[in-house]
Design a protein around this ligand. Structure first.
Ligand SMILES: NC(=O)c1ccc[n+]([C@@H]2O[C@H](COP(=O)([O-])OP(=O)(O)OC[C@H]3O[C@@H](n4cnc5c(N)ncnc54)[C@H](O)[C@@H]3O)[C@@H](O)[C@H]2O)c1
Length: 303
């Protein structure tokens, strides 16, 4: 049976992006959040993005209205009753995600597929909280969801083959290219990317190169659209540190988080969202390298 109705849990950055992409590709979506204001903010964000698409000629007024008519909001879980697919996108916490799946177990038909947008939590562990471990799967979208072309699909130990096939169909209809990963910390993309960001931090911390030279090196020498330190600031230095700690615990010293990264987080420099990371930001605009990284200390009086 083809998937038509999707229930998205969590109306934050990722959940609303997933809901927007799904309604624009013909799916009927119920967006859920435990907080009414998050639901309203999520919907307002979707309306704003679609209106902009109409202004820019990327969709017609009629397509926009039709897409919005396919979206409903729900602050209880009752809207999951008829869902063919649930995509969970609440904050990154195993117990909280397991609790959501346990609650959905009481509401959804036995055939409903439970997908999670987790970046780092084991799908096998999430599946263990349900009575349908064969129907639990990872759908790891990237931010901003409507723009980024990838969806990483993760299979747990018990995920059934027909579930992977159905998820492939949904992902492709949402305009994404899918890649398949086993259920190991970091999956494919973060396992390859985050150690590179961490290594860029090691290079800064060892005074081998300046922040700007490292970013220019990777942009101009490797054709990366962003430098690793700008990207680390965008991801959030606290998020990068947390994932590196998970990888370190699982895979050992090769993934040990850099000392400068740990110090930056301790000092409250979390990247773009806090206004300062490797760079300083004002109104979301990059203003230059964070001066704490270039200051010279001395016991002598400075003039
Ligand atoms: N932010 C990213 O770039 C990114 C990228 C890929 C994957 N992810 C993953 O996506 C998930 C969501 O991340 P986000 O950045 O959108 O978070 P967010 O903080 O923007 O949104 C989370 C939302 O979930 C809601 N929520 C919390 N508990 C809930 C519950 N029990 N029931 C219903 N709603 C609940 C919150 O009210 C909030 O609105 C996380 O697992 C994260 O690791 C994030």
């Amino acid at each position: 049976m083809a998937i038509e109705k999707i229930f998205v849990v969590g109306a934050g950055l990722m959940g609303s992006g997933i809901a927007q992409t799904a309604i624009c590709n013909g799916y009927t979506v119920t967006l859920n959040d435990q907080r009414q204001e998050a639901l309203e903010r999520g919907k307002a964000g979707i309306v704003k993005m679609l209106k902009r698409d109409v202004e820019k000629g990327r969709m017609t007024e009629e397509e926009c209205e039709a897409a919005l008519a396919r979206l409903s909001l729900d602050s209880s879980m009752n809207g999951a009753q008829n869902a063919d697919l649930v995509i969970e996108a609440i904050y990154e916490n195993l117990e909280a995600k397991q609790a959501v799946f346990k609650r959905l177990e009481e509401v959804c038909p036995a055939s409903t597929i439970f997908a999670s947008n987790t970046s780092s939590i084991s799908l096998t562990a999430l599946a263990a909280a349900t009575k349908r471990p064969d129907r639990v799967v990872g759908m790891h979208f990237f931010s901003p969801v409507p723009k980024m072309r990838l969806c990483e699909v993760i299979f747990g130990l018990l995920t059934a083959q027909d579930v992977l096939e159905q998820i492939k169909e949904v992902g492709e209809r949402m305009g994404k290219t899918l890649i398949l990963s086993d259920d190991k910390p970091g999956f494919i993309v973060n396992r390859a990317l985050l150690p590179m960001l961490n290594e860029a931090c090691v290079i800064v911390g060892s005074n081998i190169g300046t922040v700007e030279d490292i970013d220019n090196g990777m942009k101009l020498g490797c054709n990366h659209p962003m430098g690793p330190l700008e990207l680390a600031d965008m991801v959030g230095l606290d998020i990068l540190l947390n994932v590196m700690m998970v990888l370190d615990k699982e895979y050992g010293a090769k993934y040990h988080p850099s000392m400068i990264l740990r110090k930056m987080v301790t000092a409250g420099f979390l990247g773009r969202k806090s206004g300062a990371g490797f760079y300083l930001y004002e109104d979301g605009k990059k203003m230059g390298v964070n001066p704490v990284l270039t200051q010279v200390h001395s016991l002598e009086e400075q003039h």
